[in-house]
Structure formats: structure tokens, C-alpha cells
Design a protein around this ligand. Structure first.
Ligand code: NAD
Ligand code: WQD
Length: 340
């Protein structure tokens, strides 16, 4: 299939481009490079030995995005485009609502005009809010989001459900990612955050490379085995493969489907730190710090539905995640560097 990867230069998008190309799909990528570099696309081409047709385009701009649909016969869209920084979304909610929703509106409108029926959407475990029961199944209550970023994901899920009700020929996969980490085993592509990382793993790798003195462990008084927050970390390559499997499902005329993409295993902040101690070969310095506002104690998936219906099984464990994240960081201390 010829797949439009919207937001394909970013962290999850670039890894998914690799798996799509490896699976024999053609990739057209559209990204305004707001939070990514074109170098990621060059590297995907190097890893796979295949080419990507790239458009630098704002997907909230209807006329500009129309060109992509006009010039390519698209069979399906994977929509990664969006802003994802939780604290920033609290500061500037309108920017998040506008960008995250408008990009979906424009792409869905063009899909209608160009008769494209298959759409995969990057949602998040954040739609579950503070879980009442664990592990989380797809039937658990959603909507108790604690920040505007999470609410954009919840709203878009609802919009997609309404669209599928109105048009039974649409096939939509809502994928609720847990905590994607790690990098492609080649060390050529990986996560390249701007400024101070918000998320645990890129922060740890920046401590390991000497860019930051120590990690703040945010809270050790949660009701978890060691008191630190527990999450379901999933290797980025496993997550990327999940998208290829979701496309296969859509091709069967699935209608609307929703899947958790996680491993089902919960690891604490200190478990992650210790996995990096091993990967890096020396202890990661850390200090216990106050809880981060809005954080929850624990969150992990029940991955059974994705396993049964997509054949999705995460192959990589937490030591692989640490090894590959460190491999990427140590080979690329400044990420993709400055754009040429
Ligand atoms: P990312 O920031 O690396 O990638 C998003 C890409 O979208 C970037 O390349 C950015 O330039 C592009 N983009 C943003 N707005 C755009 C616009 N208006 N037009 C064109 N391109 C635009 O983020 P990621 O980690 O790869 O996440 C991909 C998706 O998955 C996002 O929607 C994110 O919310 C979601 N998600 C991410 C995580 C995570 O922890 N990384 C977890 C759950 C869900
Ligand atoms: C993981 C654990 C922190 C940083 C976020 C978004 C979520 C989703 C994935 C997009 C927590 C602790 C962190 C640090 C720490 N993104 N931590 N010190 O918060 O589970 O999820 O990314 O959809 O919406 O909220 O991930 O990596 O930020 O935190 O102790 O410097 O690490 O308290 O327990 P989180 P995270």
C-alpha cells in the first residue's frame, strides 16, 4: 500500500517508516518539521535502502496538504502529527487544541475528497486518566484526562467514533500507546527532544552522556512496590510494528477498532534507572525529588486484545530498551544535530 505518514519525521513516525518500508509499503511523508529534522528521513532511507517521498507541509493547512493527496494515490494514512508536550499544553492550551485537532480535520476532509478509507491514529494511554483498575483494557473508562494534551487525544477519539458511525466504509484504528522508549538497534534514528527532556528515558540518557548532572526521581512515596511511579514501557520498534499490523487489520474492512499498544509489564522509575546502569556500565546518578504535579502512581496495559486481533506481541524487554536508547544517545550525543 502507499501510506501517507503524517508527522513521519518525528520519533515514532521515523521508526514506523522503517517498518512500513521493510514490510513492502511505499511511504509518502508529510511533516512541517516543527519538532523534528529532515535528517531522520535521510537516515530511514539509509537503514532501509529505500526512498521516501517527503513534503514539508503544515497539515493544518488545507490547501498545502491537498497537494500531497493530489500528487499521490494514497491508500491509507497514519497520523502522528501533533504536539505532545504535557506541561506546554497546560501553558498554551489553544495551540494544542488547534494544531492537534486541525491536522486531523484537514487530513480527514482530504481523505473524504480523495476516497481514502484507512486511518491509523496515535492516541495515548493518557485518555484513561488516573486508572481505577489495572491492567487497563480498551473497555476501561476514558475521558478523565488531566491536561489539554490528553484531552486533545480524547476529543479526537470521540470525533473519529462519530465519523465512523456516519460512514460505515471508513476503517479507523485508534492506537493507545503506553510509554514508547528506546531506538532503532542501528543507532541511526532515535528520540531527539528539544531542550530539557520532559520524559524519563531521554532525561536518563542525557545524564548518562554527561549533559545533565543527575536524574530527579519524581516521588518515592507512591503506592507501588518501591514507591516510584510504574509505567508500561514499550520498545519503539515493537510499537512501530504495531502500526503495520494495524494497517493489515484495516485492510480487512475493520471499521473502527481500538487497541492498547503496551507490553503488559509495569516497571518503576528505579527499575528503569537500574536497566540503564547495566546498559551504560556505571550507575546513573539520581536524587529523590517531589512528585510531578498531575502524575499517577501506576499505569500498564492489558495487551491481550492487540495480541489476539492483530497478532501484536512485544519482543523487546526493558534491558533491550535501555541498550538501544543508550546506543542511539552515545552515537548521536546531539541527536540529529543542526539541520544542513
Ligand atoms: P514527535 O514530536 O517526535 O512527532 C510528531 C511529528 O509531527 C513531528 O515530526 C512534528 O514536526 C510533526 N507535526 C506536528 N504538528 C504538525 C503539523 N501541524 N503539520 C505537520 N507536521 C506536524 O512525537 P512522537 O513522540 O513521534 O509522537 C507521535 C504521535 O504519537 C503524537 O501524536 C503523540 O501525541 C503521540 N504519542 C506519543 C507518545 C510518546 O510518548 N512519544 C505517547 C503516546 C502518544
Ligand atoms: C515516566 C515516569 C515520572 C521524568 C508521558 C505523557 C503521556 C505519554 C507518554 C504522550 C513517571 C518519572 C519522569 C523525570 C521522573 N505521552 N519521571 N523523572 O508521564 O508516564 O507519560 O509520556 O501521549 O501522555 O504524560 O512519562 O516519561 O514523563 O514519566 O522520575 O525526570 O518517570 O514521574 O513516573 P509519563 P514520563
Amino acid at each position: 500500500m502507499r501510506i501517507l505518514v503524517a508527522g513521519g519525521a518525528g520519533y515514532i513516525g521515523s521508526h514506523t517508516c522503517v517498518e512500513l518500508l521493510n514490510a513492502g509499503h511505499e511511504v509518502v511523508c508529510a511533516d512541517n518539521l516543527l519538532n523534528s529534522k529532515y535528517e531522520s528521513i535521510r537516515r530511514v532511507e539509509k537503514i532501509t535502502g529505500k526512498t521516501i517521498k517527503f513534503y514539508k507541509v503544515d497539515l493544518a493547512d488545507y490547501e498545502a496538504t491537498k497537494v500531497v493527496f493530489e500528487e499521490n494515490k494514497i491508500d491509507g494514512v497514519i497520523h502522528f502529527a501533533g504536539l505532545k508536550c504535557v506541561p506546554e499544553s497546560i501553558q498554551v492550551p489553544l495551540k494544542y487544541y488547534q494544531n492537534n485537532l486541525d491536522t486531523v480535520f484537514v487530513v480527514m476532509q482530504l481523505m473524504k475528497e480523495y476516497n481514502v478509507k484507512n486511518f491509523v491514529f496515535s492516541s495515548s494511554a493518557t485518555v484513561y486518566g488516573d486508572p481505577k483498575v489495572l491492567p487497563l483494557t480498551e473497555d476501561c473508562e476514558v475521558g478523565g484526562t488531566t491536561n489539554p494534551y490528553g484531552t486533545t487525544k480524547y476529543f479526537i477519539e470521540r470525533i473519529l467514533m462519530d465519523m465512523c458511525k456516519a460512514d460505515s466504509s471508513l476503517n479507523v484504528a485508534i492506537l493507545r500507546y503506553f510509554n514508547p522508549v528506546g531506538a532503532h538497534p542501528s543507532g541511526m534514528i532515535g528520540e531527539d527532544p528539544n531542550g530539557i527532556p520532559n520524559n524519563l528515558v531521554p532525561y536518563v540518557t542525557q545524564v548518562a552522556i554527561g549533559k545533565r548532572p543527575y536524574l530527579n526521581v519524581n516521588g518515592n512515596d507512591y503506592d507501588t512496590p518501591d514507591g516510584t511511579g510504574v509505567r508500561d514501557y514499550i520498545h519503539i520498534v515493537d510499537l512501530a510494528i504495531g502500526h503495520v499490523l494495524a494497517l493489515n487489520k484495516l485492510a480487512t474492512g475493520s471499521g473502527l477498532v481500538i487497541y492498547n499498544l503496551g507490553t503488559g509489564n509495569g516497571y518503576s522509575v528505579l527499575d528503569i534507572v537500574h536497566a540503564f546502569d547495566k546498559a551504560v556500565g556505571r550507575p546513573i546518578p539520581y536524587k529523590i525529588a517531589p512528585r510531578r504535579p498531575g502524575d499517577i502512581a501506576a499505569c500498564y496495559a492489558d495487551p491481550a486484545k492487540a495480541r489476539e486481533e492483530l497478532g501484536f506481541v512485544a519482543k523487546y524487554g526493558v534491558d533491550d530498551m535501555a541498550r538501544d536508547a543508550w546506543n542511539w544517545q552515545s552515537k548521536n550525543p546531539d541527536g540529529y544535530g543542526e539541520e544542513q
